[in-house]
Design a protein around this ligand. Structure first.
Ligand code: BGC
Length: 353
């Protein structure tokens, strides 16, 4: 009897390792009906990743019934340490995982995980933190599930452009015909932060609007860090800031926290346009309240479902569900969706399904 596997332990599993048992014996028919998945997240306090893992756990519960199998999940927190994550890979191997899902701490340092996977013949589905193609090509049982970061930056830009078409004179507070902005960026070297920061500006300028960067700062996807950076921006530029572009919702929310600390609310004429990415529950709530103009849904539910379907098809040697496309035999990418007040209700309904 294996002791380390959580049977669908719920989100609480992210906080530590819960124990349960798995009763399948290797090679038996029972074993064939058992799917063991080890998941390691880079940081259990990341809002987006937590929502994604929580969706994964919910899908697993549903799919157990649909597929008539038992699914065992073990979720581990790498706590921002690649060496710990490599050790967790050893634990998953020892515990007899069929598939391992890895949210890399360091996307440029996947070799430890890949070598262990190859030598033990355990397929790996990397997710959310995209590794370079060359690494993914090092073995045919390596996969990636995520989204096309370029699309999210472009959509973020599009939300601003559409608003400018209607309300440019309100957004352009100093009436100089230029959008003065500050940018809150995710981790340096993370594909999504680099690509989003570039794509959002491209979109706005290609569509004919002039921009002036007042400042940009790295806030590592984190709400508190973003709140601190926003404080610095406000102290340096005050009401010159017309637009706050954040690479994710948590950082947009950090900026909002600081604006409120400075005594402002959305009725204030100096409240800037604020844009995020992710469509987390808290992010969507800020759109609903009008604090954020919009966000871009990073389809965590679709990604979670794609990851589970892929794990199932690998273990059972069945074709992947037609809902998903496996590009180049390796990639599942789910489309992003723009969210503003206009389609918020629709998106919230979709997420509840
Ligand atoms: C999300 C961020 C998240 C990051 C973690 C990004 O795709 O937009 O919210 O913090 O992934 O890797």
């Amino acid at each position: 009897m294996k002791k380390n596997y959580v049977v669908l332990g719920g989100l609480a599993a992210l906080a530590g390792i819960t124990t349960i048992c798995s009763c399948g014996q290797p090679g038996t028919e029972e074993e064939e009906k058992n799917l063991k998945i080890g998941i390691s997240v880079y940081d259990q306090y990341d809002t987006f990743v937590t929502e994604m893992v929580s969706s994964f756990q919910n899908y697993a519960k549903e799919k157990e019934k649909d597929w008539g199998i038992s699914i065992e999940l073990e979720v581990k927190n790498a706590n921002n340490n690649q060496i710990s994550q490599n050790d967790q890979m050893d634990d998953f191997i020892q515990d007899g995982a069929d598939i391992v899902c890895i949210n890399l701490v360091d996307r440029t340092d996947a070799s430890g995980i890949i070598e262990k996977a190859k030598s033990n013949d355990i397929p790996v589905i990397f997710f959310n933190r995209e590794l370079v193609k060359e690494d993914l090509e090092r073995w045919d049982k390596l996969y990636y599930v995520g989204a096309d970061a370029f699309q999210s930056g472009k959509m973020q830009g599009d939300i601003l452009v559409e608003e400018c078409k209607k309300n440019f004179s309100v957004i352009d507070k100093n009436k100089d015909g230029i959008l003065q902005y500050v940018m809150l960026e995710g981790e340096p070297g993370h594909n999504d932060s680099m690509v989003r920061s570039m794509a959002v500006i491209n979109e706005i300028t290609e569509r004919g609007y002039l921009v002036e960067k007042l400042s940009d700062e790295i806030a590592n996807w984190n709400r508190d860090q973003a709140a601190n950076k926003m404080k610095q921006f406000l102290e340096a530029y005050g009401d010159k800031i017309e637009v706050v572009m954040a690479n994710n919702d948590d950082m947009a929310l950090g900026a909002i926290d600081t604006l409120k600390d400075f005594g402002m609310d959305i009725t204030d004429e100096n409240w800037p346009v604020i844009l995020g990415v992710d469509g987390t529950a808290v992010g969507l709530h800020a759109v609903e309240k009008g604090e954020m103009l919009g966000t871009v849904l990073n389809d965590f539910k679709g990604q979670a479902c794609g990851m589970l379907e892929l794990a199932y098809s690998i273990k059972m040697e069945k074709p992947l569900s037609e809902e998903f496309e496996l590009e180049d035999g390796k990639y599942i990418r789910l489309p992003y969706k723009s969210v503003t007040k206009k389609n918020l209700g629709e998106i919230q309904m979709e997420l509840m399904e």
